[in-house]
Write a protein that binds this ligand. Structure first.
Ligand code: PMP
Ligand code: GLN
Length: 399
């Protein structure tokens, strides 16, 4: 469905009283992640759709958060986030990307990456602005742009390699283009941007004075020895970018909804102007607990590529004999699969059938496009125990 999401007519039903509502997001329904997880639960399917682990965060991290709850760290933190956490983030950013950033003026802790992305977009974009993004696009970008009165310019990434066609980007830029949204490692395709991509982007952004919103929530989930090309490694890009991260992915605690945004002082000031009135702050004891854990276990990050690469490999190996065609994911905890040898159903019908009849839930790819290209693809999530992956893959291999 163009616009990317399934429309849930229940939420558009005005009930007995006609309120004369004109929706500001008429094409948006309930997100595919909620829809598919609910369908999986209703049919007791193995849920390889929405991206969340079926294992827990580190015990020491949970212990630190419990400690701070018990010690009474339960009131509002500073609007920009607990200072100790911002300092730990600054140390991490320097260690990972060689960038020196100020905890005072360049780091903001947010209730999840979603809030940071929303605040970055709404802080910058105005009516009539154009925002370039790449389809398939994570589902939160387009509504944020639309709510600003700006126009999403959605450039499709073509299967099977989903590389950015930078000439096409250059051609799409107009005097109205204000922002460009990138996401690497990329959800849902599992591709990553290279150093060459970043250098071209740096040059284009400079030439056209664009602000870059870099969704880097899977920054530590990069495989086969590749390096994550953060905007923070490129001074020319870092000077005009919001770099957004999520502790949910990095510490296996998606439900804690805690992330952060690194941006130069002028952008951080604009982000905070919005953030302070969207949510004001994130959750206090979680921020204190994360601050301790980041300081005491910096090595946790180094374990993640191998941890997730193994899960990818277990899942893909178990599908080797299947009729799904896979190009191994280069990053994220998602694996795309071409099911064209299995079914002629369109992807949304296919995932319903797969969930209801075969007991495995997946995400259809077309919902992340404005205009889906040819091809039949679904996304599987592999941030699951190996036993879950094997059970899921066994069902898929039998198709
Ligand atoms: N961006 C992408 C690409 C994601 O996959 C997610 C996952 N939920 C988010 C942003 C949002 O992260 P958070 O849960 O921290 O809001
Ligand atoms: N980012 C997760 C995914 O892509 C889902 C997050 C959500 O449900 N909003 O599966």
């Amino acid at each position: 469905m163009p616009g990317g999401l399934w429309v849930d007519h229940d939420i558009h039903d005005n009930g007995p009283m006609d309120l004369h509502l004109t929706s500001k997001l008429p094409h948006i329904g309930t997100t595919i992640f909620t829809v598919m997880s609910a369908l999986a639960a209703a049919h007791d399917a193995i849920n390889l759709s929405q991206g969340f682990p079926d294992y827990d965060g580190p015990p020491e991290l949970k212990a630190r958060v419990k400690h701070y709850i018990d010690k009474g760290f339960n009131q509002y933190p500073p609007m920009a986030g607990v200072l100790g956490l911002r300092e730990a983030i600054a140390a991490k950013v320097q260690r990972c990307y060689g960038a020196v950033v100020s905890p005072d003026t360049e780091i903001t802790v947010t209730p999840g990456a979603t809030e940071a992305i929303y605040c970055a977009i709404t802080a910058i974009c105005r009516t009539g602005d154009e925002v370039v993004m790449f389809d398939p696009a994570y589902d939160s970008y387009e509504p944020a742009v639309t709510l600003c009165g700006a126009r999403p310019v959605r450039l499709p990434l073509q299967p099977p390699d989903y590389r950015v066609d930078w000439q096409r980007v250059a051609d799409a830029i107009t005097p109205r283009t204000r922002m460009l949204i990138i996401n690497s490692p990329h959800n849902p395709t599992g591709t990553i941007l290279t150093r060459d991509d970043m250098l071209i982007l740096e040059q284009l952004a400079d030439q056209h004075n664009l602000i870059v919103c870099a969704d880097e929530v899977y920054e530590h989930l990069v495989f086969d020895g590749a390096r994550h090309e953060s905007v923070l490694r490129y001074p020319g890009l870092a000077a005009r970018a919001f770099a957004v991260s999520s502790f949910g992915k990095t510490y296996h605690v998606t439900g804690w909804k805690t992330g952060y945004c690194v941006a130069p002082p002028a952008l951080t000031q604009e982000l905070r102007r919005v953030h302070q009135f969207v949510t004001f702050v994130g959750i206090t004891p979680i921020q204190w607990g994360l601050a301790d854990f980041l300081r005491e276990h910096p090595d946790h990050l180094d374990t993640l590529p191998a941890f997730y690469q193994r899960k990818r490999d277990v899942f893909n190996a178990a599908l080797k004999s299947s009729r799904f065609k896979l190009t191994p994911s280069a990053g994220t905890f998602f694996q795309l699969a071409d099911y064209s040898e299995i079914s002629e159903l369109p992807d949304q019908a296919f995932v319903r059938w797969l969930t209801v009849e075969k007991g495995v839930a997946a995400i259809p790819l077309s919902v992340f496009y404005e205009t889906p290209p040819e091809g039949r693809y679904v996304r599987f999530c592999f941030c699951k125990e190996e036993e879950t992956l094997r059970r899921g893959a066994a069902r898929l291999a039998a198709l």
